[in-house]
Design a protein around this ligand. Sequence first.
Ligand code: NAD
Ligand code: MG
Length: 412
Amino acid sequence: MPQKVAILGATGSIGGSTLDVIARHPQRFHASVLTAHRNVDALVALCAVHRPELAVIADPALEPLLAQRLRAAGVACDIASGHAAITAAAASTLCDTVVAAIVGAAGLDSTLAAARAGKRLLLANKESVVMAGTLLLEALAEGGGELIPVDSEHNAIFQCLPGGRSTPHNNQPHNNRLHNGGPHNGSLRANGVRRLILTASGGPFRGRTRAELAGITPDQACKHPNWTMGRKISVDSATLMNKGLEVIEAHHLFGAPVDVIEVLVHPQSLVHSLVEYVDGSVLAQLGNPDMRTAIAHALAWPDRIEAGVAPLDLAACAPLAFGPPDLLTFRCLALAFQALRAGGDATAILNAANEVAVEAFLAGGLPFLSIADVVESVLTELPPQAVVDVQTLVERDRLAREAARQVLCNAC
Ligand code: NAD
Ligand code: MG
């Protein structure tokens, strides 16, 4: 029987790449649940090809239209709408595996629900880890399922960490962070890991000064040199907030203290990240910049399957370059490190403020450089509090969004 895979955020960039890999392996995987926010036509087109058991549209007002279009396309799957329906589907018997590919905090509930239900969780939605890393790890422990990172850097690190070997340190606090009984038994230090090195392309504005970033438009910011992605993550890549969110993600997923994590700019995006060991060995995972590699690895792990990705031709590549990030120009990365060091729910506050600021930038209502200013103001206004439960966190997320909107108002 094929593995039943729910793709939350099926109409997005990660959703599309996931469905491309799944379609190459019909004996192995079936896309049993597809969800989208508001794009009915895109969801119907995917349903016509992949024939899921259930299609969910997040906006309830669009459910009748979805029903009508599916009927017209000759697709007879079940239909549901609303965020609660997405969350319920993630925990239901309709799927064994959940690909969390919704963008932003909107993905939190369904990610947590999949973890709690013990699904195999393929995590792209980094914002849910940044908001609620400790709660997600608790939910995973409760559900007893596995988490395989899809974010290319974390997937690379996952591949470079020690595999298949039990250690005398099986009861260390950071055990089984990603899955039960797999290769990450034992803490990083017990496994001889000295540093996790996250590579960053540097985005479309690498090498530019602050003065040169003053009049940047949304379309310029969304033109990433190496990756084709959704607009929110593209802006995050341009500000380097994406790398900041990934540092926080690595902290939680791998149980890595902040000082063990480094960021290295590597413009070609061929080395996806590295793990340095105490003996001086540095293991890296390389590949063409195509998310289907990380997705195929996560779908099939511990097996390997074809992903449709062109082989990497290193001889044809320009010399690989590496350098330090410019934290003064790209202040969002520095702010993310600051929030992680501050502890408590500071990273949730950072994430909420950033989502509001990026939305305003994309709508033409905020200059590119002011994204960092909004985030910094909100972090100052809302000092960190301990993370207690999801309800409190959601309320803090709301307060941070309100504070960010106030900063935007004051600026206009
Ligand atoms: P995208 O904008 O292309 O797609 C987002 C998907 O989420 C769409 O299907 C959309 O319908 C759905 N969605 C958006 N808002 C929603 C809401 N309020 N409720 C329910 N569904 C909603 O984004 P993407 O580039 O595919 O990124 C998705 C996630 O994966 C993000 O968290 C991103 O950081 C992460 N990620 C993406 C890439 C990449 O290459 N695109 C790489 C690593 C990680
Ligand atoms: Mg990434």
